[in-house]
Ligand binder design. Structure first.
Ligand code: UDX
Ligand code: ADP
Length: 470
């Protein structure tokens, strides 16, 4: 049997991973019909919006959708039909950390994956290549295979592939256009290799052959967790060093610069910050911790756990520094938090450090002014409701969402930079200073402000990884 030539693709899950990834596949492979499905009607409606107000903000995404939508890219809630029509199905559903039961707080909740897999088995009338796209714990492909094989109809074969997505939010389209690598894991049987070849030839439409890596299923699944764990570990390492810098007067940017010049290390992912966020890093490390524990490797589990512990410590350390600097109390004081997204160029707020900071400030009974250029107000309230242990009505008395950075800073005692949005580089600090209470403090959680310039204006500036007098 020769590898199947893929003509129709279905992507289950129209979120941050499935949406951009399959939109780019449609753009780059006009001969393939791509249908992205989701149970969430509002999300699909937004993907189909006539004015292209798409459900996620990602630079360059709109152009991709404009070029392909209606041509060979479709968004739909007709999940069963799209499954039936497809030769290849990407499973890109959410895999949040479990909130209850065995492995709560660590293991991934595979309920969505399982439901989608069962649906594929139930409605398929022909053979399919099923591709695990969502980041999942090791051996999920094995579970999917068991479910599919136990429920398949006569004459239907299911080949499972792992094809983790390495895109980073904010640069998703560039990452998809020119990925460092595409990783495909398959069983090492002839059928597995054929399925792998089918998917490889989809990517080969635009990705150079040498960047498409093919490995075993397990290696593929573990590589995704490993890559995220090691990236996050670099950030926790630099953040741990930032605490030493603050205590000694060294400057973390200078240290990172010097370290990053070592060609064995490279200079990326060495930016000290108020803490990493995003839907992947913490979740994937906790997955790795859980996996290590279940494999009876407690030292390995403890090693990876420390990366998350350090990140939590970094957030706490930052909010404590704010309170300490503001004369040990922020009760009743107005604090402006600039940025709510977990990084610049995305509207995504999952695990954003800003949420932890605001929670801490609210607990200290401060008044918090929030501004973010992309995150919608409704999302901010959802996140604060979930993270602050008091009724939302009480939180709304302490938190005010503003429409501009300047407005958020008015009458504030302190400005906190929580996200490195480009527009914060252009803030007119002289103007901001005029409208703030004095002494006016700036706490730079992203190392973006010009400290000497702000100091000259009159601000008292505190930056991550710099001693108070630096
Ligand atoms: C990450 C991985 O980079 C990507 O390969 C994977 O597919 C998904 O997880 P993402 O979470 O979208 O991507 O963004 P990333 O750029 O990795 O940033 C994650 C967090 O780390 C952000 O909060 C960011 O601000 C922070 N960060 C990043 C730092 O604090 N310092 C750095 O040097 C880099
Ligand atoms: P990610 O960041 O991994 O893409 P998201 O939460 O942004 O995660 O997107 C996952 C999407 O998958 C959600 O829009 C959710 O509605 C959708 N989804 C989950 N389960 C199913 C399912 N069984 N069928 C169709 N869509 C699903």
């Amino acid at each position: 049997m020769a590898p199947v030539q893929v003509k129709k693709i279905c992507c289950i899950g129209a979120g941050y991973v499935g949406g951009p990834t399959c939109a780019v596949i449609a753009l780059k492979c006009p001969q393939i019909e791509v249908t992205i499905v989701d149970l969430n009607q509002a999300r699909i409606d937004a993907w189909n919006d006539k004015d292209f107000n798409l459900p996620i903000y990602e630079p360059g995404l709109e152009d991709v959708v404009r070029a392909a939508r209606g041509r060979n890219l479709f968004f739909s809630t007709e999940v069963d039909k799209a499954i039936q029509d497809a030769d290849l199905i990407f499973v890109s559903v959410n895999t949040p950390t479990k909130k209850g039961g065995v492995g709560a707080g660590f293991a991934a909740d595979l309920n969505y994956i399982e439901l989608a897999t069962r649906q594929i088995a139930k409605v398929s009338n022909s053979s399919k290549i099923v591709v695990e796209k969502s980041t999942v714990p090791c051996r999920t492909a094995e579970s999917m295979r068991t479910i599919l094989e136990a429920n398949s109809k006569p004459g239907c074969r299911f080949d499972i592939l792992s094809n983790p997505e390495f895109l980073a939010e904010g640069t998703a389209i560039d990452d998809l256009f020119a990925p460092d690598r595409v990783l495909i894991g398959s069983l090492q049987t002839q059928e597995g290799k054929d399925a792998c070849e089918s998917l490889r030839s989809v990517y080969a439409n635009w990705v150079p052959t040498e960047r498409i890596l093919t490995v075993g299923l397990w290696s593929s699944e573990l590589s995704k967790l490993a890559a995220n764990a090691m990236l996050a570990q670099r950030i926790s390492s630099i953040n741990a060093l930032s605490a030493i810098c603050e205590a000694t007067g060294a400057n973390i940017d200078e240290v990172a610069h010097a370290v990053g010049y070592d060609s064995r290390m490279g200079n990326k992912f060495l930016k000290a910050s108020v803490g990493f966020g995003g839907s992947c890093f913490q979740k994937d490390i906790l997955n790795l911790v859980y996996l290590s524990e279940t494999l009876h490797l407690p030292e390995v589990a403890a090693y990876w756990k420390q990366v998350v512990t350090m990140n939590e410590h970094q957030k706490r350390r930052f909010s404590k520094r704010v309170v300490d600097t503001l004369f040990n109390t922020i009760t009743g004081k107005r604090i402006a938090v600039l940025g709510f997204a977990f990084k610049a160029d995305t509207g995504d707020t999952r695990e954003s450090a800003a949420i932890t900071l605001i929670r801490d400030f609210v607990a200290e009974r401060a008044i918090v002014n929030v501004y973010d250029p992309k995150v919608v107000e409704e999302q901010i309230w959802l996140d604060l409701e979930e993270s602050i242990p008091q009724p939302l009505a009480a939180t709304k008395k302490q938190v005010v969402i503003h429409k501009s950075a300047l407005e958020a800073c008015k009458n504030a005692e302190a400005v906190i930079i929580a996200t490195e949005w480009k527009e914060f580089l252009q803030i007119d600090w002289t103007e901001v200073y005029k409208h703030m209470n004095k002494p006016a403090f700036v706490f730079d959680g992203r190392l973006i402000v010009d400290v000497p310039k702000l100091t000259e204006i009159g601000f008292k500036v505190t930056s991550i990884g710099r001693g108070d007098k630096a």
